[in-house]
Design a protein around this ligand. Sequence first.
Ligand SMILES: CC(C)(COP(=O)(O)OP(=O)(O)OC[C@H]1O[C@@H](n2cnc3c(N)ncnc32)[C@H](O)[C@@H]1OP(=O)(O)O)[C@@H](O)C(=O)NCCC(=O)NCCS
Length: 155
Amino acid sequence: MIVRFAKESELDRVNELRKQVNDIHVEGKPDVFKPGFGQELRDFVKVIWNDPEQEIVVAEDDGVICGFAVLHHINKPENPFMKERDFIDIDEFCVDKDHRRKGAASEMVSFIKKFAREKGFKRIELNMWEFNQNALAFYEAAGFKTFRRYMEMMI
Ligand SMILES: CC(C)(COP(=O)(O)OP(=O)(O)OC[C@H]1O[C@@H](n2cnc3c(N)ncnc32)[C@H](O)[C@@H]1OP(=O)(O)O)[C@@H](O)C(=O)NCCC(=O)NCCS
């Protein structure tokens, strides 16, 4: 398994994995997520690619891109309530359904931690949808801790 930054020629494959995440979100939270993975969502990978504040990481197993993550540098300036926050946010994260439970996601997290540390960051954040208990189990196994919650009431 090799974890590295993506090449532009791999963005179509990254989109196949982005579609898997979208399908999971549509199934788990249909009141929020739009079904399908249309041109607008496919093209969004180019926005990520061209943004100097974002990076796409991939896991390659035997020449096959089996996982990806989108890293986003976020800087939130100080405000009356909060100190300045400067961190790496994991915006999107997926391992191909046929390659799970082989450690690809864990290796991507190790790579992301090393990259973030080398850049001088002290924090990595991510957010996830509560229905996605598989993702939660992985993130907790990888060492992430819940520090904030979104709540809702259907009325
Ligand atoms: C969550 C996900 C990234 C995990 O990827 P993975 O490569 O299978 O994870 P790893 O093999 O590195 O798992 C490491 C450990 O995490 C835990 N873990 C991973 N997947 C799990 C699951 N489905 N259920 C329970 N624990 C899980 C286990 O402790 C596992 O160790 P083990 O296999 O020795 O038991 C993958 O299931 C996925 O892409 N899911 C769909 C997309 C998604 O939900 N993305 C995140 C939301 S944006």
